[in-house]
Design a protein around this ligand. Sequence first.
Ligand code: UDP
Ligand code: MG
Length: 328
Amino acid sequence: MSENTSRPVLWIVIPCYNEEEVLPVTAPLFLHMVEEMTASGKISDKSRILFVNDGSSDRTWQLIEDLSDSDPHYIGISQSRNRGHQNAVLAGLMEAKEYCDITISIDCDGQDDITAMDRMVDEYLLGAEVVYGVRASRKSDSFLKRFTAESFYKLLNSMGAEVVFNHSDYRLISSRVLEEFENFKEVNLYLRGMIPLVGFKSSSVYYERHERMAGKSHYPISKMLQLAFDGITSLSVRPISIITSIGMMTSLMGFIGIIWVFLVYFNGYKVDGWASTLCIVLFIGGIQLLSMGVIGTYIGKIYLESKHRPRYIISERTWQPYERHYKG
Ligand code: UDP
Ligand code: MG
């Protein structure tokens, strides 16, 4: 296995949505990390910290502009409107890949241990092209979040999607892998599930996840469930086969029911069972609606994919993109 080049150019990609409270706290931490790794000779001084403003309605973009005036390591791009975390990360990665050897994506709220980047770069230098940041434990989460998150990973894997257990969007990806990833054109983004599909040599780095340093989470339970459902339906068609099996089972039960009705009738019993009939009708009606909803979700996704709309639109930059394909 060949080792990767020494002193790679690293771009840290950080999505920010209404983060005016936390950005002033965490931005210096990112810079400190870059300076440390540069000083120890691990990464090139051409490394950058790229903030992706995801259409924030507060002063986030202004803060990013101020940061980029204060130090050349900080740069920023702004999405034309709020498109969500996944699209913001994608926009940053695609912007970065032309100018660097490796990217690390991380949230801007300081929840993910920033110092783990050092170990991620080590893994890259040893030959890994993708390094997943994996949470060593979920102690900082509430019981509900921990339970739902862990069941979700298990559910996703049982549906045939390959996701790394307890890994969110903190990861190192080399530009080499991003070049290939660019060919994954889907608009329904679920990066966690998509990156493993690209392949290449990968490795994991374990870290502790903390509380947010400031500000509030943008992912309440309802949005998390939505992301989970989205993840499953973007990566797997197994729910449709499950629906088919349920359909077959209920029809079989219905068929047995009909035979039973006949037997009872010919034996001279009067069946006075409107309540039980109602229950069964409601139950089967519910299953049908649910199944139609799931199938509808897939059709909705096909509809969105067929439009080929852009996955992100960059409206502003704090920097001038220089000659394309320039690295090092
Ligand atoms: N984020 C974003 N666009 C959004 C929502 C969130 O770019 O529409 C960013 C946010 O600024 C943060 C990251 O995505 O850097 C994760 O969001 P958050 O910390 O709110 O989620 P949690 O960690 O609570 O799941
Ligand atoms: Mg967070």
